[in-house]
Write a protein that binds this ligand. Structure first.
Ligand code: NAP
Ligand code: F7E
Length: 410
């Protein structure tokens, strides 16, 4: 056999193998790898893809306690055969580990959702944040390239509205120049551009979703929305006196994570890779979010004062709404708190550089992906408040019964 023939045979065999692989994955369902599967978006994404018939692999970090609460309902005993959720230990800082997992499972789709995702904390851990959020993305792209999976594996990169930082245009869209304002955003800027570069240099199906803030009952407890819905629930149930907040004037474009993971999925189903803004197009201040969360249970809070002297005071309670949401049991003691201050400002929550205003224009996604959010902000707040009231009632019940309840202060 001549060398030319040898390469021709190899090419034909490889080509046939790739067709067989493709047909097999159609019959057997697709395989997805989710980094950050234990996080808010990772948990919703795993559930969504499993319902669509995918086999989902997830990367979880080793922790000294179980960290799989958010995916507990999907988790199966590792001894069960034909599982549709398989977890691997790993870390975005470990390229050998990532290359090993990707090489073993050869995913059709990778959703890179893992990150040190807290903006304020990124000022305390800038080097680590750059390593995970910036270089972590490079490690995944490079693993796919080196393993020869460029034509098979599609990659979603979790980019962020934080890239717009000190906004250069209102509203922000795909063409708005970036101006990151935190170590987190600067790391994500690298990840954004390395994704674009690998797409252009190697023809990878790699796309950025530039997602604006999205929340849910699964949101981490130290992000502002969840901090508020937890605190409001505890205050009305008599478990907490007040809450200390940071900058009340910044504005965010908040959507529901359940809507946003659908956009991520749609981005990877397009024939061509591209970058998309995902947002609701409505912006609200932190102050108004807090007022809306109290209003959800019939409590009116009025804000007075400025800067670090600003306070939120209870000025009215709608008994009917309050009782409907919480039950009569709590009204008597709560109405005695009329006129009391429940929201205060503590500068320890301020950031060295703040992102004052975010509001997205997601026209491109709405037209090309046919994506549209279902949840409005009031619906999102209802979902989060219902869930946290239930959670806090459980804690109150345990406390009454003499059981230990943890204090999570931040
Ligand atoms: P999240 O709840 O904080 O989840 C982050 C996930 O990343 C967790 O599973 C975490 O694991 C994992 N992780 C952190 N460091 C890691 C490391 N070194 N190696 C491997 N895994 C690591 O974040 P999210 O709200 O779901 O956001 C998902 C992604 O979207 C993130 O990349 C975030 O930056 C980005 N994003 C979020 C929003 C938003 O509003 N939610 C908007 C735009 C972009 P543990 O559970 O062990 O901590
Ligand atoms: O802050 C202000 C704070 O921490 C929102 C991440 O998912 O979304 C998230 O980043 C705003 C900021 O989210 C408190 O100063 C006031 O202006 O909920 P956050 P974030 O910084 O917008 C983007 C899109 C991401 O990509 C990130 O991963 O709220 N704020 N008082 C407060 N914030 C917190 N956390 N705590 C306060 O007490």
């Amino acid at each position: 056999m001549t060398i030319d023939n040898h390469f021709a045979y190899k090419f034909i065999i490889n080509y046939q193998l790739s067709i067989i692989n493709c047909q097999l994955s159609k019959i057997m369902g697709k395989v997805a790898l989710i980094t950050g599967i234990t996080g808010q978006d990772g948990a919703y994404m795993a559930e969504y893809l499993i319902k669509k018939g995918y086999t989902v692999h997830g990367i979880k970090r080793r922790a000294s306690l179980f960290n799989t609460d958010r995916i507990d309902h999907l988790y199966q005993d590792p001894h069960v055969e034909n599982r549709n959720l398989i977890l691997h230990y790993g870390d975005l800082t470990d390229s050998m580990n990532l290359t090993g997992i990707i090489g073993e499972i050869k995913p059709d789709e990778i959703y890179n959702l893992a990150a040190m995702s807290h903006v304020k904390v990124s000022f305390d851990t800038p080097e680590y944040t750059a390593n995970v959020d910036g270089l972590g993305t490079l490690r995944i792209l490079e693993a796919v390239r080196l393993l020869g999976l460029v034509d098979k594996t599609r990659i979603y990169q979790a980019s962020t509205s934080e890239l717009y930082g000190l906004v250069q245009e209102v509203p922000q869209k795909e063409t708005t120049p970036f101006y990151p304002r935190s170590p987190y955003a600067v790391a994500k800027l690298y990840a954004y551009w390395i994704t674009v570069n690998y797409r252009e240099a190697y023809g990878m199906h790699a796309s950025n979703g530039i997602l604006f803030n999205h929340e849910s009952p699964l949101r981490g407890e130290t992000f502002v929305t969840r901090k508020v819905t937890r605190a409001v629930s505890r205050i009305v149930l008599g478990m907490q006196k007040d809450v200390y907040m940071g900058n009340l004037s910044s504005k965010r474009d908040w959507g529901h994570a359940k809507d946003y993971i659908k956009a991520m999925y749609l981005i990877l189903q397009q024939d061509k890779p591209d970058d998309y803004v995902i947002s609701t197009g409505i912006t609200t201040s932190i102050r108004d979010f807090i007022a809306m969360a109290f209003e959800e249970i019939g409590v009116t809070v009025d804000f007075t004062g400025e800067g670090i002297n600003e306070i939120g005071t209870i000025v009215a309670v709608d008994k009917k709404v309050f009782n409907k949401k919480l039950g009569d049991h709590y009204y008597e003691s709560f109405q005695k708190r009329m006129g009391e201050v429940v929201v205060k400002v503590d500068p320890q929550y301020f950031r060295p550089t703040e992102v004052d205003l975010l509001i997205g224009d997601s026209t491109k996604a709405r037209e090309r992906l046919k994506w549209q959010p279902y949840y409005t902000l009031p619906l999102l707040i209802r979902d989060m408040m219902d869930s946290d009231i239930k959670e806090m009632k459980k804690e109150a019940y345990l406390k009454e019964g003499g059981y230990k309840v943890l204090n999570y202060f931040e």
